[in-house]
Design a protein around this ligand. Sequence first.
Ligand SMILES: [Zn+2]
Length: 164
Amino acid sequence: MADQTVEEILEWHTRTWYGLPARIVVSSRNLHRVWADGLFLPHFGLVNWVTRQGLPTPVRLELTARHELGHLQTLPVPLLHLLSLGLIWRRGKGPRWWKILLALVAHQAIWELAAEGYVIATDPRAVRYPRPTWAHRLYRIFWGSMALLAAWATYLLSRVGATE
Ligand SMILES: [Zn+2]
């Protein structure tokens, strides 16, 4: 059982494949901070909290830092998705707030899938490290629910106003 009173921190200074300087600080208390070329990007720690269940703290922190780096490494993926959402957007005639909500949900889900895909591609421990069955199941639920959210929100966005 991990001691909740001791906070463990892992800090990385690196660059993305397209040359962006990145500073990543992840914490065992799920307070993660990312700086992309000095620009501070707050990141909600829920996804890493769910996906790293059942792992020892050092592995957990390394995979979490990799996930945060994955967000920067895979940035072109959500940007291309946003671009395609923009094309769908023009066709739709539904309420603006609903379209913004759907676009945000789809965009975030796609980016989480891309970042976690980067983790698996660069560190197989994300899948292969021994952990309890319930934690493996939770990891599969993360993948399934994010894929469903991305597909569902993108589909709905393409349908908004289509019946007008
Ligand atoms: Zn994430």
